[in-house]
Design a protein around this ligand. Sequence first.
Ligand code: ZN
Length: 248
Amino acid sequence: MVSGRLGEELLTQAQGGPEEGRRRALAVAAHPDDTEFGCAGTAAAWTRQGWDFYYLICTNGNKGSSDPNMTPEMLASIRQEEQRAAARVLGVKDVFFLNYEDGELTYSRRLLGDVVRHIRQIRPHAVFTHDPESIIIRDSFINHSDHRCAGLVAVDAVYPAARDRWNFPEQIEQGLEPHKVSELYIWAFDKANFSVDITDVLELKLQALAQHKSQFGDDPNFLRYIRERWRNEEGRHLEQFRRIVLMR
Ligand SMILES: [Zn+2]
């Protein structure tokens, strides 16, 4: 396990990458709020170190309410605003929405092309996403089908689709260039090999989560739970990832 702050090694890799000095990261998530759970602390911490962080949200999140007075249309626009507000708290540079139907994300050529196009436009050094492999996690919860789909599409977009010129050649004709992502980060707990110390930015992560009012309201128990969830035995707060360094 590589632990502690973002290592010098990683910064050097980013600086020495194909686009020197540009430290860019893209998080691909299924729903508004997923990035806050998965990588908001890392987004805030890396932004402080000069990275540009971007979010790409695949669905409109319009099923995430049990309020009988809420319509799916109202909820979709509320959740977009909440996601933008959370991004502002963290210093995330921009948020893009693909607006697929919540709960109905399926693997398609169109969805893959959408993610590839954003990778070719943003040209990130690192891509963050869901765990596409696990269905049942630690015998205690189910990895949402939208999460698995978004994760799998993101992985396939990183390699080979965004990298190779003959995948989605119409994008190349429109002026985009192929792009090689150097590192992939899967937010997951059971196969983590890398952690980012987010202790200094924990309050920003909590504030960002609190922007998703339609999901969590002002429940103090929720924020207390969140505070505990990312704490290790030494009292440091960590976000954990499975980090894959891609061969050139
Ligand atoms: Zn989700």
